[in-house]
Design a protein around this ligand. Structure first.
Ligand SMILES: *Cc1c(COP(=O)(O)O)cnc(C)c1O
Length: 215
């Protein structure tokens, strides 16, 4: 199927769930094809690549950074980034706040919770996320807003394990929401596991290869 057919299929299949088209490594022509079907949320994992695409493509695209972020690179995306998915420290939030202020913007962020049973996955524990959300320092930051949580499940065929991990993240999200009303977004689910993620309560999926083909 073509990129536009894939997008249309997802739009009907996961109605009500935000679809972020993960376009890393793909040429701008592919992104434009998705754009022309009405797709406006695009996600990248490298700041330089995202910035080049932002410069080349229509300005009503909302750009999501889904990769690990180094503090010294925040300044390059601060003028335009819509949502940063993988925030894992107060130090990083402080840097985002500083750069957002310079650009007279408020930047939305998600805290990445480590749910996978793998060493390679980034993220923090629910406890660490809780203490960030509660901290005075965060409350003092005027140009950054934590609006949700993000997680990546273990890369495995074992659907029960994936389900357990997503259910765990949903329970953390529900618990936090009782005290932090501004948490609205639960970003979980990729090409291989979005169906389980949506079943477990995801409201934002990040789909790359199932839209654009293998990388
Ligand atoms: C690449 C990537 C995705 C998309 O992966 P697919 O398996 O191609 O759908 C989602 N989330 C993050 C953080 C990624 O880096």
């Amino acid at each position: 199927m073509s990129i536009s057919e894939n997008i249309k299929k997802f739009k009907t299949e996961i109605e009500g769930v935000s679809l972020v088209a993960i376009s890393k490594t793909k040429p701008t022509a592919d992104l434009l094809e998705a754009y022309n079907t009405g797709q406006r949320l695009f996600g990248e994992n490298k700041i330089q690549e995202m910035t080049e695409k932002w410069e080349d493509l229509p300005k009503d695209i909302e750009w999501h950074m889904v990769g690990h972020v180094q503090r010294n690179k925040v300044k390059y995306m601060a003028p335009y980034v819509g949502l940063i998915h993988a925030v894992d420290s107060l130090k990083l939030l402080k840097e985002i706040d500083k750069e957002a202020k310079k650009n007279n913007r408020i930047i939305k962020c998600l805290l990445q919770i480590k749910i996978a049973d793998e060493d390679s996955k980034f993220g923090i524990s629910a406890e660490e996320a809780g203490s960030i959300l509660k901290s005075e320092k965060l409350a003092e930051m005027e140009n950054v807003k934590v609006t949700g949580l993000m997680g990546m499940a273990t890369f495995t065929e074992d659907e029960e394990q994936v389900k357990k991990e997503f259910q765990y993240l949903k329970s953390v999200f529900d618990e936090f929401q009782k005290n932090f009303k501004e948490l609205k977004t639960l970003s979980m689910g990729m090409s291989g596991d979005y169906e389980i993620a949506v079943e477990c309560g995801s409201n934002m999926v990040r789909i790359g290869s199932a839209i654009f083909g293998e990388r």
